[in-house]
Design a protein around this ligand. Structure first.
Ligand code: PGA
Length: 268
């Protein structure tokens, strides 16, 4: 099989789409899916070789989770962040048990916007990943260098540090890593396939060191940063790229479906 870990397309909505807009997105998705998806892509979604995730703001999680049930294929709804403690005095945070209560079992950890605007560090990202994996969540753990770090030739060093300091050595299941170069996020300037492949290979090697060969080889590595339906086919054709974490291009149902179709085609 061309893609031993399957393909995962995850749409990170960031701070967009409240519950009303979320309902509208899903009802349009239902209307458009039969013309946008080939029967092979739909079958791959049903079989689980292709996975689609929607990652809405916390306030829209319940609406998304309810609406996905009307689709003829499964989708996963994931949270954008969650605290490592199960409850307590942490104003503004949400916890794993709260997500479980509303049927959410997947979460994003350490996104560069959390690191840049909200003080997330490798240490706090690690605490979240450790706790949420322990609570049986699937976790997408984000890493990636800034433009200044890349220009200073520090990409490898930064990725090494983020993985060694951020990913718990016990993360042997339900871990997904997303390589998201910060300079490519929301800029329209995606990494080239070569740049992404080089980083993905390094991440795979670091995961082997950190988690051991079997767990590391099972861990999907997604690319994120200005992925669109236009550049997704070339990125997903690479053996080192197991899927895409997509912001802007996932906000419209047409875009998300086109990305799923690219994912289905990449399965070969
Ligand atoms: P973008 O965002 O696709 O809009 O660049 C990607 C992300 O931040 O996950």
């Amino acid at each position: 099989m061309k893609k031993p870990r399957g393909v995962l397309i995850a749409g990170n909505w960031k701070m967009n789409h409240g519950p009303t807009e979320t309902d509208r997105f899903f009802s349009q998705l239902r209307t458009l899916e039969s013309s946008a998806l080939s029967s092979r892509t739909r079958q791959a979604l049903v079989a689980g070789d292709l996975s689609g995730w929607i990652i809405p703001p916390s306030l829209s999680l319940s609406a998304a989770n309810a609406a996905k049930g009307a689709l003829p294929f499964p989708l996963t709804v994931a949270a954008q962040n969650a605290h490592w403690q199960r409850s307590g005095a942490f104003t503004g945070e949400i916890s794993g048990p709260m997500l479980t209560e509303i049927g959410i079992h997947a979460v994003l950890v350490g996104h560069s916007e959390r690191r840049r605007f909200f003080g997330e560090t490798d240490e706090t990202a690690k605490k979240r990943a450790e706790s949420l994996l322990d609570q049986n969540f699937s976790v997408i753990f984000c890493v990636g260098e800034t433009r200044a770090e890349r220009e200073a030739g520090r990409t490898q060093e930064v990725l090494k540090c983020q993985i060694r300091e951020g990913i718990p050595a016990t993360a042997t299941k339900q871990l997904i890593v997303a390589y998201e170069p910060v300079w490519a996020i929301g800029t329209g300037l995606s990494a080239t396939v070569e740049q992404a492949e080089e980083a993905h290979q390094l991440i795979r090697d670091l995961l082997i060191e950190q988690l051991g060969g079997d767990a590391a080889r099972r861990t999907p590595i997604l690319y994120g940063g200005s992925v669109t339906p236009d550049n997704a086919p070339a990125l997903l054709a690479s053996e080192t790229i197991d899927g895409a974490l997509v912001g802007g291009a996932s906000l419209k149902p047409e875009g998300f479906l086109a990305l799923l179709e690219a994912g289905g085609k990449a399965l070969g």
